[in-house]
Ligand binder design. Structure first.
Ligand code: UT7
Length: 337
């Protein structure tokens, strides 16, 4: 049978603790640094974010992912035993070994599945759904659970005011399933890219096998995220625009025909610049970064889930998602819900 893949259910989960911009300003005072609510809102659009308490097992990455996955399965009308593949997109895994996907598998009891992580940073969810689609098209898998989950607060340098204002924790999930090729509700088109020459725009220098964390490196915060914010901003606008347009071009679809645009939630000014370049009015753009900040691989599935739940995204509508992240990775995915 000629087949296609379709997202049939979504879910999301966040830790309890809200950290406001004022809370961050207070935190920075300890290090002799300044920021304020107005600056953060004007430059990023973020008002607050959620931060995991990792002493609480329920708020570690795989637990947030498991909560999101259970909701997605319920909405899709599927049971954990129906899943034959789990893809966990994350760059803040519970452990380097085993994968966060395996921790999640045990938590939701998906006994028939095989599980793996994907690290494409903030583009991870789109990379995950496109990978799921390929396994479905090849006939290898029928029902794939894709999770984008992060607890990047553990890798935030709280003494770097460019970074600590941006990130938050959370997880989103989607069930992707095989449908007949002629189905109107399906994944329509996608485009993925990466450019390893831009790796150092956003990276964690130490803690991998290339650079051990020594007490000296720890003191220099080399085990935390390092980012060239201004440069990344420009590359993000260019790359997101390019990925979105290439994905639309594959279907000869003008942007005006889109019902919704769900971009990676990194910075409201990046989103506005990209929407403007593609030709999508802001009324059609789904935003959740004001309340959750940049949750990396979780931004798109959580924003998508919220808009589906509150009835903005309706059956039969066309949705374009678009992300960029450390790597530098990027990707866009167009589907009919
Ligand atoms: O998933 C990908 C994740 N990363 C991104 O998407 C990052 C993309 N980049 C950005 O979002 C922005 O570059 C930032 C929000 C990180 C920074 O905003 P910006 O408008 O690019 O600020 P800037 O770095 O050009 O700095 C402007 C001024 C500087 O002061 P001077 O030199 O003009 O006196 C900074 O020192 O703002 C100052 N500044 C701050 N002031 C208050 C930088 N960070 C802060 C802060 N609070 N938190």
């Amino acid at each position: 049978m000629e087949s296609a893949a379709r997202i049939i259910g979504t879910g999301s989960a966040f830790p309890e603790r809200r950290m406001t911009n004022d809370d961050i300003a207070q935190e920075l005072i300890r290090f002799g640094l300044k920021t304020n609510n107005q600056w953060i809102i004007e430059r990023t659009g973020i008002i607050e974010r959620r931060i995991s308490n990792i002493q609480n097992e329920a708020e570690i990455n795989s637990s947030l992912g498991a909560r999101a996955a259970k909701i997605a399965l319920e909405r899709a009308g599927r049971k954990p035993e129906d899943i034959d593949q789990i893809i966990y997109a994350t760059c803040s895994p519970d452990t380097l070994m085993p994968s966060t996907a395996c921790w999640l598998q045990q938590k939701i009891g998906a006994r028939s599945a095989w599980a793996m992580d994907i690290n494409a940073a903030c583009s991870g969810f789109i990379y995950g759904v496109v990978t799921a689609e390929q396994f479905i098209l090849s006939g290898h898998s029928k029902t794939v659970l894709v999770v984008g989950g992060e607890v990047l607060s553990q890798w935030v340098n709280w003494q770097d005011r460019n970074i600590c204002i941006l990130f938050g924790d959370g997880a989103g999930a989607a069930v992707v399933e095989q449908v007949p090729a002629r189905s109107s509700q399906r994944i329509l088109s996608s485009h993925l890219s990466s450019d390893g020459n831009l790796s150092k725009l956003l990276y964690i220098p130490a803690g991998g096998s290339s650079l051990e964390v020594t007490p000296e490196r720890y003191a220099q915060n080399l085990h935390k995220m390092h980012m060239s914010g201004r440069e990344l901003f420009k590359v993000a606008v260019r790359t997101l625009t390019e990925c979105a347009l290439r994905t639309l071009e594959k279907l000869h679809m003008p942007a005006i025909k889109l019902d919704w645009f769900v971009p990676h939630q990194a910075n409201l000014r990046i989103i506005e610049a990209v929407a403007n370049r593609i030709g999508i009015p802001m009324e059609k753009v789904i935003i959740n970064l004001d309340r959750f900040g940049n949750t990396s691989a979780a931004t798109i599935p959580t924003a998508l889930d919220e808009a589906i739940r509150d009835g903005r995204i309706r059956e039969g509508q066309t949705v374009l998602t678009d992300a960029f992240g450390s790597g530098l990775t990027a990707g866009a995915l167009l589907f009919r819900w």
